[in-house]
Design a protein around this ligand. Sequence first.
Ligand SMILES: C=C1C[C@]23C[C@@]1(O)CC[C@H]2[C@@]12CC[C@H](O)[C@@](C)(C(=O)O1)[C@H]2[C@@H]3C(=O)O
Ligand code: AKG
Ligand code: FE2
Length: 328
Amino acid sequence: MAVLSKPVSEPKPGFSPIPVIDISNPESKHNLVKACEDFGFFKVINHGVSSELVSVLEHEAIEFFSLPKSEKTQAAGYPFGYGNSKIGRNGDVGWVEYLLMNANLDSCSDPLFSGLLKTPGIFRIALEEYTRSVRKMTSNVLEMITDGLGIKPRNTLSKLVSNQNTESILRLNHYPPCPLINKKTNGGKNVIGFGEHTDPQIISVLRSNNTSGLQINITDGSWISVPSDPTSFFFNVGDSLQVMTNGRFKSVRHRVLANGRKSRVSMIYFAGPSLTQRIAPLTCLINNEDEKLYEEFTWSEYRNSAYKSRLSDNRLQQFERKNYIKTK
Ligand SMILES: C=C1C[C@]23C[C@@]1(O)CC[C@H]2[C@@]12CC[C@H](O)[C@@](C)(C(=O)O1)[C@H]2[C@@H]3C(=O)O
Ligand SMILES: O=C(O)CCC(=O)C(=O)O
Ligand SMILES: [Fe+2]
């Protein structure tokens, strides 16, 4: 089943407003903060994640998605496992198949790692190595952001996603070429690969092959296409970080459009906190309690309510403070 949307203009080749941040330079901390405020989205270069590791994982993912449907569906499950077209459990569909995995530090005990990927083969090793490396880069980026915000200690945010019991997820998405797109009868409409949404976690880290399709929604409400760059990582602020920064950082709405000719393969690491972690505006970022835009909640409360929602829902709305008085 395909979801169609109005045609959107393609980006002008060579120009993109998306911030590019060199994380090997400690001074980039200010640019990171600005990118989180302006877009909730940025591209990271000089990241230190091995390109060979990324290629091996991409190759293994392609091999997995090339298996016969009957074999892939043996790995079907909820919330973790193989899925095709259906996203979540609340009626969302897209032109995509995927593998969702628990990427917690103790995930070796996870049934998917030890069940689907039962042989300790290259796929499983690549998943573990990739997760370890991306987790380290994510902690580094969060520490630079913390520094850029002038918050002490430096691990205020990174510790939320690097403890033993944090809830992180690894998602491999495969968007096959969509034959509907080139059909004259389609009227030039787009086909939705992954519908618009914000990510519930703290921060998400995406790497894709050379096929574009990802779009972000900017403040004026328009969609801009993200030019693909397989050598870089794209970070997006999640709902939880928007709350912790009291709305200073934007949890960016994003979506993926299917491509008519090429398949897109993406891998996304969702860095979430532990179930008991309290999510609330950081007191060091506000002058007084009245400025708080959100009520406090635990990650477990938010995660459970998010998983009952539709993809495009505004999941933070119910936690907005009703009696908030704007002081500025
Ligand atoms: C429709 C849904 C899919 C999703 C759970 C939800 O009910 C709402 C949030 C969705 C999302 C978006 C970011 C990630 O891809 C994801 C794994 C997540 O944590 O929240 C998905 C969920 C999913 O695919 O199950
Ligand atoms: O596959 C992509 O490029 C992005 C998908 C996404 O936003 C998600 O899985 O949450
Ligand atoms: Fe997403």
